[in-house]
Write a protein that binds this ligand. Structure first.
Ligand SMILES: Cc1cc2nc3c(=O)[nH]c(=O)nc-3n(C[C@H](O)[C@H](O)[C@H](O)COP(=O)(O)OP(=O)(O)OC[C@H]3O[C@@H](n4cnc5c(N)ncnc54)[C@H](O)[C@@H]3O)c2cc1C
Length: 544
């Protein structure tokens, strides 16, 4: 029986394993570095509370991905008389009572409303930033007028060529709006000035958003319906409802791993892939360190799928790597991430409409305050009530974007908790004495950066493509700013190619660039149907 060795048990690796079993006779063996599956999309448990690293909304413009998720975890029954979602280009109505009840069943996908606001100048701004009374009141008429004028100027005299993210943002939003909402936060996230980040990042993540759309959206709002869960045609950062596994994203990937094992595949933990042996244009075997007993193990296979960071893959390939390819790979930059999970009696911030509730309705808040390091705040109670052990407590995640080895990363856990507690108290989000417990999680390589040697990436891709049975997949595996859906689609497309006997890998590399084009074509076909029209609203560019 042919074998596929899959490096990494995150969304891309497990999707590859699952798809191989569904559609081929190839047996997958997944080698995972950590002691759990899910990769960045795993759920970590601490004293019965669950942390989602980053807060993972499950949504996709791809029907294939939506079907795949709902096949593993069916959608919950809802209180509404009927729940309309567009499904396989058709509008489908799920009757109340049809899906599982999350109070009774664990394997279930929740439907969650999204509320996320920006916390800036100790005030809340709607997210996406819109031309609302809230924005006008918070900013004041003078700032608004300045923003309007600088927007008009940017439309009359856009910077060309648009080579970096600053150009991209100023051309679409005007300098004043850029300086107020985008510059500081984006630099907090990436740790470098916007003019050192490729414009491609903006094109990929925030393509299609503009002030013109915001105005159009504000005018169109009264005429929209809100039942479309599939939300095709909605810009990526605008989705307003999303799916979420009852116990966080890791539940999806544990379920998937269990299915893979049940069908005869293997998922092996604490295996660090260190080297790959090459013969001609093929990989023939790889070596992994078993971290349980510090021994080396060899796995031979017919196909090799890699979701480990592409830089590490190149370091492990036992063949002469051309110097320009090596330099391009070594120059790739990553951004890392520290989360402080904090348990509290209550938050100081409340919704005016529900003053007795101990926290506001936001799933997360963007912290744009320049005087603190914390970048985002997750309120896990709002993601899923089942993320929190004691519903009388509030369970939050403070997110710090950093670089491995920098002052944030190197802080001890105690220092990190002290920092988080002090910062949230300083900006008025908590009272420091309300903290009950806290924990710290460090996650390396959360963001593949579009700077460093990223512009030389085609050299790496071109060279790797010579290995006919090697498939770099996913987020760090392809150095792409992919969400789960695009990471999964790269794996699905690789298996499509095996099934079709297609050797060219362009369609795998094109996921998340060409994909949008195909989705737009599908949207155009479906446009006649009112159900497929979903909400479009421009939002701030802070989405990460
Ligand atoms: C803050 C944040 C928020 C996000 N929000 C969302 C969201 O709302 N919705 C969404 O869909 N996506 C979101 N994402 C993106 C999502 O996390 C990723 O797209 C997804 O996890 C990528 O899957 P992957 O399998 O490609 O990679 P990963 O999740 O990185 O998995 C790779 C796996 O490979 C393993 N590995 C690495 N090196 C080796 C080695 N040498 N040997 C063996 N194993 C190895 C790792 O341990 C890991 O388990 C977010 C990401 C972040 C950082």
């Amino acid at each position: 029986m042919p074998t596929a060795i899959i490096i990494g048990g995150g969304p891309a690796g497990l999707t590859a394993a699952y798809e191989l079993q569904q559609r081929t006779d190839i047996r997958p063996i997944v080698l995972e570095l950590g002691d759990d599956v899910g990769g960045i999309s795993r759920t970590i448990e601490y004293q019965g509370n669950r942390i989602d690293i980053g807060g993972h909304r499950f949504f996709s413009k791809s029907n294939r991905v939506m079907d795949w998720w709902l096949n593993l975890l069916p959608i919950q029954k809802t209180d509404e008389a009927s729940q309309s979602i567009t499904y396989q280009q058709k509008s489908t109505t799920i009757d109340a009572g049809e899906g599982p009840d999350p109070n009774e069943v664990d394997d279930v996908m929740l439907v969650r409303p999204r509320q996320s606001r920006i916390y800036y100048r100790r005030k809340f701004f709607n997210y996406p930033i819109s031309l609302s009374a809230n924005t006008i009141m918070n900013l004041g008429p003078v700032t608004m007028a300045k923003m309007g004028m600088s927007y008009m100027y940017s439309q009359m005299r856009p910077t060309q060529p648009e080579t970096n993210l600053e150009h991209f943002l100023v051309n679409r939003f005007g300098r004043e709006l850029y300086l107020t909402f985008f510059k500081d936060y984006t630099e907090k996230v990436w740790g470098v000035p916007c003019n050192e980040i490729s414009a491609e990042w903006g094109a990929q993540r925030i393509k299609g958003l503009s002030v013109a759309k915001a105005i159009k959206s504000a005018l169109a709002k009264p005429f929209r319906s809100s039942g479309d869960l599939r939300q095709k045609g909605v810009e990526t950062s605008l989705i307003e409802r999303f799916l979420y596994p009852k116990f966080g994203p890791g539940q999806m990937w544990r379920k998937c791993a269990a299915e893979v094992e049940a069908k005869g595949g293997e998922v092996l933990y604490r295996r660090r892939v260190e080297s790959l042996r090459v013969e001609g244009d093929k990989i023939v075997e790889l070596t992994a360190r078993n971290l349980e007993n510090d021994t080396l193990e060899t796995y031979s296979g017919d196909y090799f799928f890699s979701t480990m960071p592409i830089q590490h893959l190149l370091r492990g390939l036992q063949t002469d790597v051309p110097s320009n390819v090596r330099e391009a790979s070594e120059g790739l930059v990553y951004r890392d991430f520290v989360t402080v999970g904090m348990l509290l009696n209550e938050l100081k911030i409340r919704d005016p409409k529900t003053p007795d509730k101990k926290y506001p309705a936001d799933t997360w808040l963007y912290i744009q305050e320049p005087d603190v390091h914390v970048g985002r705040l997750q309120i896990f109670n709002n993601w899923s009530p089942w993320m929190v052990a004691d519903p009388k407590t509030v369970w939050i995640g403070l997110e710090y974007f950093c670089n491995q080895g920098d002052a944030i990363w190197n802080r001890s856990n105690d220092e990190m908790i002290k920092l988080g507690r002090e910062e949230l108290a300083r900006i008025g989000i908590i009272d420091a004495d309300q903290m009950l417990d806290a924990t710290v999680i460090r996650v390396p390589k959360t963001y593949p950066a579009y700077f460093g040697t990223y512009d030389q990436f085609p050299l790496i891709r071109g060279w790797l493509d010579q290995f006919s049975n090697l498939f770099p997949l996913g987020r760090n595996g392809m150095h792409r700013y992919n969400n789960q859906d695009h990471s999964m689609l790269t794996a699905m497309t690789a298996v499509d190619n095996l099934v079709a006997g297609r050797n060219n890998k362009d369609n795998i590399w094109d996921v998340n660039t060409e994909q949008e084009y195909h989705e737009e074509q599908e949207d155009a076909k479906a446009e006649a149907k009112p159900e497929s029209q979903s909400e479009t609203k421009a939002e701030a560019l802070t989405s990460v």
